[in-house]
Design a protein around this ligand. Structure first.
Ligand SMILES: N[C@@H](CCC(=O)N[C@@H](CS)C(=O)NCC(=O)O)C(=O)O
Length: 216
């Protein structure tokens, strides 16, 4: 299999962490693009993903783009029932939280960390305070939902980490960055859950390095 990713991308990290969590490191060739250098803007890559975005997984004839289905595909390929249950309830729980993070939780969070951490790390301009405020309002609304849901349980589906945690938690490193302005302390269960995620070997191994260095 071949996996196309880029550094500092939460969407890439959740897939790369899945590869590590499932012990697939030796089965997956990794190709990293420097997006700012336009390394992905080739006819060859456009034929693999017409959106010209990463991550993409190629497995034989399958060219799978979009990080969330890639995680499920890898889990199913490995028969990783615990990481992505195939039973009626578990499968739809994972899909539900993955849809929710795209549309809600990581939308506000993504906006905040893009303005406060990523733009500076990439050297592409000053933070836009209006966008940060809008992101904060959105984040607080949906973090409250996750905070209530996590009450009394370690991970989103219960006691075991699943593809739902890697998807919802994919921005954790950026949220924990000292400059992020993400009000994690207001949501104790979310904060504890992020720390639990950070302690997992597959998550720790795939931690992005550059934001902290670039922001120093
Ligand atoms: N919904 C997609 C998002 C993919 C995406 O936006 N990828 C960004 C990196 S995080 C990208 O490749 N951007 C390059 C570009 O748009 O030129 C997923 O979850 O895989």
């Amino acid at each position: 299999m071949k996996l196309y990713i880029t550094d500092l991308s939460p969407n890439s990290r959740r897939v790369l962490a899945t590869v590590h969590h499932l012990g697939l490191q030796n089965d997956v060739e990794i190709q990293k693009f420097d997006l700012f250098a336009g390394e992905h803007q080739t006819d060859e890559f456009r034929a693999i993903n017409p959106n010209v975005k990463v991550p993409v997984l190629v497995d034989g004839d399958l060219k799978l783009w979009e990080s969330n289905p890639i995680m499920i595909y890898l889990a199913d390929r490995q028969g990783a029932e615990e990481f992505c249950p195939s039973d009626r309830i578990g499968r739809y729980e994972v899909l539900r939280w993955q849809s929710w993070e795209v549309q809600h939780f990581n939308r506000g969070l993504g906006e905040i960390v893009w303005e406060t951490v990523a733009k500076q790390a990439f050297g592409i301009g000053a933070p836009d305070q209006e966008k940060i405020e809008a992101g904060l309002e959105n984040f607080r609304r949906f973090a409250a939902v996750l905070n209530d849901h996590l009450s009394g349980q370690n991970f989103i589906l219960g006691d075991k980490v699943t593809a739902a945690d890697f998807a919802v938690g994919s921005h954790s490193a950026l949220a924990l960055h000292p400059q992020s302005q993400v009000p994690l302390a207001e949501f104790k269960n979310v904060q504890d859950w992020i720390n639990r995620l950070e302690a997992l070997p597959a998550w720790a191994k795939t931690a992005p390095q550059a934001p902290a260095q670039a922001a120093e």
